[in-house]
Design a protein around this ligand. Structure first.
Ligand SMILES: [Cu+2]
Length: 181
């Protein structure tokens, strides 16, 4: 263990947290042991907390695509689809289509955490979801940019509410499945 060894070791660190840990170890247990701890930190083992690994590698964010088939709820005739892709690293692009809605009907919708039938929390702010407004033929296609990063894993669903005044009633729901585009 020498000055050069420590110097090389330090260059191996890529974040200040690890640096701080190193400094603490140096202070607590001394020079030689600190260098040993450094070596193990570069190949984490034992008590080092594992970094959570997403189901899909981070570099594949731009290829992730979530899709859902929206099926009728509550006796409605509304069906449709929903697609989510990464607009960028912080925003999600959504496309939602409906058919079978009442002409002119306004249907709030959201991505929720969980599965259809759960009362899961809305992902992101509710106000960020522009409502679906059916045309005279009962169809609508809406695109929106939502202010949250596209999830790389997890369970999510899209629900379509009956109206702004009837948020507790649904006309359609679909579980989102992750895939690639
Ligand atoms: Cu909702």
């Amino acid at each position: 263990m020498n000055r050069l060894g420590v110097s090389l070791c330090r260059t191996g660190y890529s974040n200040t947290h690890a640096m701080r840990r190193h400094v603490v170890l140096v202070t607590l247990v001394g020079y030689a042991l600190a260098v040993g701890a450094c070596a193990t930190a570069r190949q984490p083992a034992g008590p080092t907390p594992p970094v959570p690994r997403p189901a899909v590698p981070a570099q594949a964010l731009e290829s992730v695509q979530w899709t859902a088939s929206l099926v009728p709820e509550g006796g409605s005739t509304v069906t449709g689809s929903a697609t989510l892709i990464a607009a960028d690293s912080q925003q999600t692009g959504a496309t939602v289509t409906l058919t079978g809605a009442a002409p002119g009907a306004i249907h709030p919708w959201h991505v929720h955490a969980g599965r259809c039938g759960d009362n899961g929390p809305i992902v992101g702010p509710a106000a960020a979801y522009p409502p679906l407004t059916a045309g005279s033929d009962g169809t609508v296609t809406l695109t929106a940019t939502l202010p949250f990063p596209t999830p790389m894993s997890g369970s999510f669903y899209v629900n379509v509410h009956r109206s702004p005044a009837e948020m507790s009633a649904l006309v359609a729901c679909g579980n989102l499945a992750i895939g690639t585009r």
